[in-house]
Design a protein around this ligand. Structure first.
Ligand SMILES: Cc1cc2nc3c(=O)[nH]c(=O)nc-3n(C[C@H](O)[C@H](O)[C@H](O)COP(=O)(O)O)c2cc1C
Length: 170
């Protein structure tokens, strides 16, 4: 049986285009969905004194899942600010309570992007690949998606199915 995974949605709208493609992936994998917009997650602070939802959320995620799919819209050629802040805050668990951060070692990371263009620019994947390396996670890959007339185009549909199969083999 494959390990249970979670899709982490980092869009500025909970029911936007990224959610549309995420729903399809969710349906095909049975993975849970976490919408970062539903949580209060502040910017990283060096004193690590943030009082928000991040710590509890991160502990829950690392205790319950082995595969993490980061789903982000493309905003200004890169991941959304919401998603980037989530990555910044992982640093909290690299400074303190390091055993929580270390839980990610050996876990799987996949990435799904959704843009208006049909391609991402060179370099889009790099922060995910390098973060996976740094955290000791296995990088499963990235698919890029887009929406046409509020629907998932055939090419994208095929990509999602292929990605879902890859993720479920982990
Ligand atoms: C602030 C902002 C910046 C954007 N920048 C890009 C971009 O650089 N490349 C691109 O293909 N689409 C860009 N888009 C379009 C979105 O990626 C696209 O509409 C996506 O489907 C939105 O997903 P969402 O509904 O989950 O936010 C941008 C949209 C916004 C709001």
């Amino acid at each position: 049986m494959s390990a249970k995974g979670v899709i982490i949605l980092g869009s500025s709208r909970s029911k936007g285009n990224t959610h549309t493609v995420v729903s399809e992936l969710q349906q095909q994998t049975g993975f849970d969905l976490i919408d970062l917009k539903a949580y209060k997650i502040n910017h990283f602070e060096y004193d690590l004194k943030n009082e928000d939802d991040f710590n509890a959320l991160f502990k829950k995620l690392t205790a319950n899942y082995e595969t993490f799919v980061f789903a982000t819209p493309i905003y200004w050629y890169t991941m959304s600010g919401v998603m980037k802040v989530f990555f910044d805050r992982i640093s909290d668990f690299l400074f303190e309570e390091k055993e929580i951060g270390r839980r990610l070692r050996g876990m799987n990371m996949g990435v799904m992007s959704c843009g208006s263009d049909q391609e991402t620019k060179k370099g889009f994947e790099m922060p995910f690949v390098e973060s996976a390396n740094y955290l000791g996670m296995e990088y499963v890959g990235h698919i890029h998606t887009w929406i046409e007339n509020r629907k998932i185009p055939q090419t994208v549909q095929q990509r999602i199915t292929e990605f879902a199969n890859r993720l479920m083999k982990k």
